[in-house]
Design a protein around this ligand. Structure first.
Ligand SMILES: [Fe+2]
Length: 298
């Protein structure tokens, strides 16, 4: 459970709610922001990583990679193998060049958590911010902010998929808009339940595409296990935007899509009327099952 709390709390703070000045608990952020530019971009000083850090990366990588067959979606596994990142902390510029050729996305190095405006701006311009620092050995299962392993291993592979890559850009554009419309809490739930904790239906069964799961040792196994009490239901965007999520335990609901195209198409409409409608609707607890909803993994 602890490792889940770690990644997720971090994501909550990091990708939507934090400011660079302080986290919600008032503690200082971990990264070094002194050399960041106005978009919070820094250089990845790859030569400064120690051999011990590369070794820790290899251990994290090996543990996760061993869990992926039969659980992660094929797109993730194939891209991960092509990224050739098993032997140590990767050089972002190398992967970024390959990624650009594939989908027009690039990786930008950031010191850690960045404000939502900068975050959405990067996504809207097909740039994915990746934290430069790696957790310590004591944090193998538990980190308090997203590190390079979560950001790179968890998020970058699926950016090689053209449709998912387009969805991420659209999400960033939607985020900039949501900031103006007071819809950020709603839209954050979509990121949470798709980009971080999403599942996809395949002919072989449910598979994982969410980075929060794929970079977590425990939730990779948990999320596809029947009988845990967690729900697995088909993604409905409006329903998702109303659904609270857990930051201190495994998810109580996982939303599954049938295709990345479905995800992209679902975010095509203007959410302005949806945000208005949601203001009058109750939020739903994380373990809700509405009448008519079918559990995909009873
Ligand atoms: Fe993340």
């Amino acid at each position: 459970m602890m490792e889940v709390a770690a990644v997720l709390k971090a994501e909550l703070n990091a990708e939507f709610l934090a400011t660079v000045a302080e986290k919600s608990d008032g503690a200082a952020l971990r990264g070094d922001y002194a050399h960041a530019d106005e978009q919070y971009v820094v250089q990845q000083d790859w030569a400064a990583y120690t051999e011990a850090e590369h070794e820790l990366w290899r251990k994290l990588y090996q543990r996760q990679a061993a869990l992926l067959p039969g659980r992660a979606c094929d797109e993730f596994i194939e891209a991960l193998h092509q990224m050739d990142a098993a032997d140590g902390i990767p050089e972002f510029t190398h992967t970024s060049g390959e990624l650009f050729k594939a989908t027009g996305w690039t990786i930008v190095a950031v010191p850690g958590l960045i404000p939502e405006l900068a975050f959405f701006n990067h996504l809207a311009n097909r740039r994915f911010p990746v934290t430069v620092w790696l957790r310590t050995p004591a944090e193998f299962d538990y980190i308090v902010e997203p590190d390079v392993f979560h950001d790179f291993f968890g998020h970058v592979p699926l950016l090689f998929n053209p449709v998912f890559a387009d969805y991420m850009q659209r999400y960033g554009q939607g985020g900039l808009k949501a900031m103006q419309l007071g819809g950020l809490d709603n839209l954050a739930r979509l990121y949470w339940y798709t980009v971080e904790f999403g599942l996809i239906n395949t002919p072989q069964g449910l598979r994982i595409y969410g980075a929060g799961i794929l970079s977590s040792g425990g939730e990779v196994e948990y999320c596809l296990k029947p009988g845990t009490g967690s729900r697995h239901i088909h993604l409905n965007i409006e329903r998702c935007l109303r659904t609270l999520y857990k930051i201190d335990s495994y998810q109580e609901t996982y939303f599954a899509i049938d295709s990345y195209q479905e995800l992209f198409d679902g975010t095509a409409p203007d959410f302005t009327p949806l945000y208005e409608k949601l203001k009058d609707l109750e939020v739903l607890p994380a373990n809700t099952l509405l009448s008519g909803e079918v559990e995909l993994l009873a």
